[in-house]
Design a protein. Structure first.
Length: 303
């Protein structure tokens, strides 16, 4: 009888211990859970509801699919989609290529590699700030440093932000300049490639270039896939550069999707219309992500 009571006490104590551990876990997870509910899940549900209304901060009525129908009759909306796609298709491959090149160079055995790796990562930490965007705008202004260098080389200065054909390029260059996050991930992936593969390739007479295409890229393809998806999503949501540097001009040539959503939401107070645009953007990003994932089986090497 005494043994039975002792077993029951031990079971009860174990149960109390598990409940206590769960409580501690919930307490530590509470900030994330509250933040996720307050700033992600609930706003998403509300924006989905508002996308079917003409909400304008003072209230709104249910209008069904009218906002979505209006989107595809809005020439500026179609233009913002095309401008954003052009930016994504040019900036993302260039940023990945540049990040991979720098990561490849910085994983070689040399003095000061850690310092240069931190130095190259710095633009990513500050690249999305308003201050850097202002500096970038001054660099490419009519009398900016870029035009001064062009004149020094004997070329004519370029009206970067006044010519619709040229306005996109400073924003693309700024995006490429912020390659630090992909570089760090590429560097980590490069270090995981077995050195024996390169040694075997060298014994077979393969040069550095052939080893890069036959060993480095296939082994790094899962990392390339991850970086491609993350950088693509980030490029679709580009906002600060266009808002600060060009304001969407000239002639809507840099009127990115996120900037157009912001204009309708906070300049025109068409919150319902802006919510509909946000959900369409979610669908667009999802479609491109699925396409990348479905096609990855043809070029991602599984180790």
């Amino acid at each position: 009888m005494a043994a039975k009571i002792e077993v029951e006490k031990k079971s009860f104590s174990l149960k109390d211990f598990i409940q206590k551990e769960n409580t501690v876990g919930y307490v530590f997870a509470a900030p994330f859970i509250i933040g996720f509910l307050a700033f992600t899940l609930i706003p998403m549900i509300l924006s989905l509801y508002y996308s079917f209304t003409d909400f304008n901060l003072r209230g709104g009525d249910w209008i069904g699919l009218e906002n979505y129908v209006r989107l595809f009759n809005d020439d500026r909306f179609i233009n913002s989609v095309l401008v954003t796609l052009r930016f994504v298709f040019v900036s993302v491959p260039l940023r990945l290529a540049f990040g991979l090149l720098v990561a490849y160079l910085l994983t070689r055995k040399a003095k000061g590699v850690s310092f240069y790796r931190a130095l190259y990562y710095l633009p990513t930490l500050i690249g999305g700030s308003i201050a850097v965007a202002i500096v970038w705008r001054e660099l490419f202004s009519i009398n900016g440093a870029v035009n001064v260098m062009l004149e020094g080389l004997g070329a004519a200065p370029v009206n970067w932000f006044g010519d619709p054909r040229m306005a996109m390029w400073p924003l693309i260059l700024m995006s490429i300049w912020q390659f630090g996050s992909s570089m760090i991930i590429f560097a980590a992936g490069l270090k995981e490639i077995p050195a024996e593969l390169y040694e075997a390739a060298e014994m077979d007479g393969a040069n550095k270039l052939k080893s890069f295409f036959k060993i480095t890229l296939p082994c790094l393809s899962p990392v390339i896939l991850y970086n491609l998806i993350m950088q693509m999503i980030s490029a679709f949501m580009t906002f600060t550069q266009a808002f600060v540097i060009t304001g969407g001009g000239p002639m809507d040539s840099t009127n990115f999707y996120a900037l157009y959503v912001y204009r309708h939401a906070f300049d025109f107070f068409n919150m319902g219309y802006a919510s509909a645009m946000s959900w369409v953007m979610l669908v667009i990003i999802s479609i491109f992500t699925v396409i990348v994932l479905k096609t990855s089986k043809y070029w991602v090497h599984q180790n």
